[in-house]
Design a protein around this ligand. Structure first.
Ligand code: A2P
Length: 273
C-alpha cells in the first residue's frame, strides 16, 4: 500500500513514512506489544511513542521481534512535557533509548511547551535549554531528526530566535473540524512537517453524519476519509487503534478525495462538527 511506504521528506533530508502508528493511551505490556506487531505486520513502518505513554519498552520489543530490519522502521519518542532543564532532558533521552533498546531514535520531540498540569504557562527559557540538548543529540547522531509537539506560533517563534536548528517536525492535534490553520501555515512556510495526532478526534469523528455522507461516495469508512484528508493537506496522520481490523483499515487510504470534498471538510472547521 503506497500510503504506508510513501514518505515525507523532512527539512534535513530524512524521509519519514507518511502514516505513523500512534500508541498514546495504549497500555504497556501485551496491548502495546500486540498492537505494534499487528501494525508492522500490516505494513506500518512508523511508530510514534513517548516517555509519558509508559509503553516504550513494549514498542521496542515489538519492533525487535517483528522480523523487519530496524532501519526500515521509523521510531519517534518524546521528552516529557514537565522536563524543562538540560540535565533532565539528557536523562530522559537516556531512559527512553534504554527502554526502547533500538539504538538511535529517528525523531525526538519536546512533548509540549508546558507541563500538562499548567497548560499555557511560560517556559520559554526552559524550552530553549532543552532544545540545546536536542541539538547536541542531533549533532551526535543519537536522533536523526528533532522537533516539537503541541507548539503554537508564539512557542515556535520563541524557540527559533535563540537556537540554531529549526524543529523539523511539529506534532499537533489535527483532525477534520480542528485544523489549526495558523500553526499549520507557519510550519508549512518554514518547511516544518506537521504531524496530526488524534486524526479521528479520539473516535468522535466516527459519529459525524457530514463525514459519513462523503465517505459513502468513495465506498470508504469515516475513519479512512478522515485520515485521507490529512494526507491531502500535507499532514502526517498518526491514527491509533488496538483492533487489528481497524489498524489495517486506517492504513488503507490509497484513494483521492475530490477537491470539493476536501473543501467540504475545510468548511467544517468554521461550523464545527
Ligand atoms: P480501538 O482502539 O478500540 O480500535 P484517534 O486516532 O483520533 O486518537 O482515535 C482513536 C480511537 O478511535 C480509539 O478509541 C479507537 O478504538 C478508535 N478507532 C480507531 N480506528 C478506528 C476505525 N477505523 N473505526 C472505528 N474506530 C476506530
Amino acid at each position: 500500500m503506497p500510503a504506508l511506504t510513501d514518505t515525507f521528506t523532512l527539512s534535513n533530508g530524512v524521509t519519514i513514512p507518511q502514516i505513523g502508528f500512534g500508541t498514546w493511551q495504549i497500555p504497556d505490556g501485551s496491548k502495546t506489544y500486540d498492537s505494534v506487531r499487528t501494525a508492522i505486520d500490516a505494513g506500518y513502518r512508523h511508530i510514534d511513542t513517548a516517555r509519558a505513554y509508559g509503553n516504550e519498552a513494549s514498542v521496542g520489543r515489538a519492533v525487535r521481534d517483528s522480523g523487519v530490519a530496524r532501519e526500515e522502521i521509523f521510531i519517534t519518542t518524546k521528552c516529557p512535557a514537565e522536563i524543562k532543564d538540560a540535565a533532565g532532558a539528557r536523562h530522559a533521552f537516556e531512559r527512553s533509548t534504554a527502554a526502547l533498546d533500538l539504538g538511535p531514535v529517528d525523531l525526538y520531540l519536546i512533548h509540549a511547551p508546558w507541563p500538562w498540569n499548567s497548560i499555557g504557562s511560560d517556559h520559554r527559557a526552559g524550552n530553549i535549554e532543552v532544545w540545546k540538548v536536542f541539538e547536541e543529540l542531533y549533532g551526535a547522531g543519537s536522533a536523526s531528526a528533532i522537533g516539537v509537539s503541541n507548539f503554537n506560533v508564539a512557542d515556535l517563534d520563541s524557540l527559533a530566535a535563540p537556537t540554531s536548528i529549526l524543529p523539523q517536525v511539529n506534532q499537533i492535534r489535527w483532525f477534520v473540524g480542528h485544523t489549526q490553520p495558523e500553526t499549520t501555515a507557519y510550519c508549512h512556510d518554514r518547511g516544518i512537517l506537521v504531524e496530526g495526532y488524534s486524526p479521528l478526534a479520539t473516535g468522535r469523528l466516527l459519529k459525524s453524519r457530514e463525514i459519513a455522507a462523503i465517505a459513502v461516495k468513495y465506498g470508504k469508512s469515516v475513519a479512512q476519509v478522515s485520515i485521507r484528508y490529512l494526507l491531502q493537506k500535507d499532514i502526517l496522520p498518526l491514527p491509533k487503534s488496538t483492533t487489528p481490523s481497524r489498524i489495517r483499515e486506517n492504513a488503507d487510504v490509497d484513494f483521492e478525495l475530490a477537491p470539493q470534498d476536501v473543501a467540504a471538510f475545510d468548511a467544517l472547521d468554521a461550523g464545527g462538527i
